[in-house]
Design a protein around this ligand. Structure first.
Ligand SMILES: Cc1cc2nc3c(=O)[nH]c(=O)nc-3n(C[C@H](O)[C@H](O)[C@H](O)COP(=O)(O)O)c2cc1C
Length: 335
């Protein structure tokens, strides 16, 4: 079990934002699994993302790894909030007065401007205004999708996300029960960790009740590793994207994409470990930030490694894509 501010995640195992958390049916199945402690929605934007036909995912034949070329969800944030409301309401009405089996949703969002982000926070806060939902909804700002050709993942350029973080921080200061996290890209050298920590330091504040706090409650480390390339003979044929015919020499039609699964496990563990260690060296505000560890969690042993590296909650995408929600049962088996 993990408590991240107002959000209780039990068990401390969740799906992360991905193509398999995209529709009502997928979210309902994730929510209904006794092996998930919370559900993360696929990253949405205010109006929906214009998804091209070259978006897709392939799995490698030699390990449980994936390469994907997806951007954000074509569904707007309002669709996800409607589904969240429906799923929680259905769960409550079917509980027949027994203790409520409700679990939180982490709503993954991204925005190009502070105006767009403000509108999105407004929609989320409208849902949280209903008492049942106040402690069931957290926000995760995705700063790390490597597959949007017009932009670099903003998490690699911390100064560029300061205005978005200020907007989120203002929302948190207006309502301190609002739990907010950042989805970060995989970092490979010390300066990248330092830059993000120094940005987060700007969002520390003194709270009369709880002492020194930070506006951000959690970091989700890591997203996929961008600019990765696989050839068709490295992936399972069944999962090859039909559009790959456009570029038959490569496994995904965009040629490069985001690498995930076992192939990035060591890098993700290193990111979780490094952030945890650096945050623990800081004051109470930064020390209070939790880490959701994700990247190559494909076995109970890998899950245990993520926890040992410093994750309070462990997240999964590639294994979910391969196994469906059974993935969480597989990961929950005793080692
Ligand atoms: C097909 C696919 C789609 C993804 N879509 C998103 C997304 O919408 N938002 C996001 O923050 N991360 C997204 N991710 C990244 C995952 O949440 C996760 O960070 C990454 O895949 C590493 O975890 P894994 O090794 O368990 O796959 C996606 C990953 C995959 C494989």
């Amino acid at each position: 079990m993990a408590q991240i501010r107002s959000i209780n995640i039990s068990p401390a195992l969740i799906n992360t934002a991905c193509a398999w958390a995209s529709s009502y049916d997928q979210l309902k199945a994730l929510y209904s699994s006794p092996f998930t402690g919370a559900v993360t929605t696929r990253t949405s934007t205010l109006k929906g993302y214009n998804e091209s036909s070259s978006c897709g995912v392939v799995f490698t034949s030699s390990s449980t790894s994936s390469l994907n070329s997806y951007g954000y969800s074509p569904r707007p944030l309002s669709a996800y909030l409607g589904w969240v409301k429906e799923i929680v309401s259905e769960t409550i009405s079917s509980s027949n007065g027994k203790p409520l089996p409700v679990k939180p949703f982490i709503i993954s969002i991204t925005a190009c401007s502070t105006e767009e982000l403000k509108s999105m926070i407004g929609l989320i806060q409208d849902l949280r205004a209903t008492p049942t939902f106040a402690s069931l909804i957290a926000i995760e700002l995705n700063t790390s999708c490597p597959n949007v050709s017009s932009t670099s993942p903003s998490g690699y350029v911390p100064d560029s996300i300061r205005p978005l973080l200020q907007t989120l921080a203002e929302a948190h200061m207006r309502d301190k029960s609002l739990t907010i996290g950042l989805k970060l890209p995989p970092y490979t050298f010390r300066g990248q960790f330092d830059a993000m920590i120094s940005l987060l330091r700007e969002f520390n504040y003194e709270d009369g009740d709880t002492g020194r706090q930070n506006c951000f409650a959690f970091l989700t480390c890591t997203n996929t590793l961008g600019n990765s390339l696989l050839f068709p003979d490295q992936v399972t044929e069944a999962m090859t994207i039909p559009e790959a015919k456009i570029a038959p020499d490569f496994a995904v039609p965009t040629v490069t994409g985001g690498l995930a699964g076992e192939a990035i496990h060591a890098l993700s563990l290193g990111n979780v470990y490094t952030f945890r260690r650096h945050l623990d060296d800081e004051d109470d505000g930064l020390r209070g930030i939790s880490i959701i560890g994700v990247g190559g969690v494909t076995s109970p042993a890998a899950l245990s490694r993520m926890t040992k590296a410093g994750a309070s909650v462990v997240g999964v995408a590639t294994l979910l894509g391969k196994e469906g929600v059974k993935a969480f049962e597989i990961l929950s088996a005793q080692i």
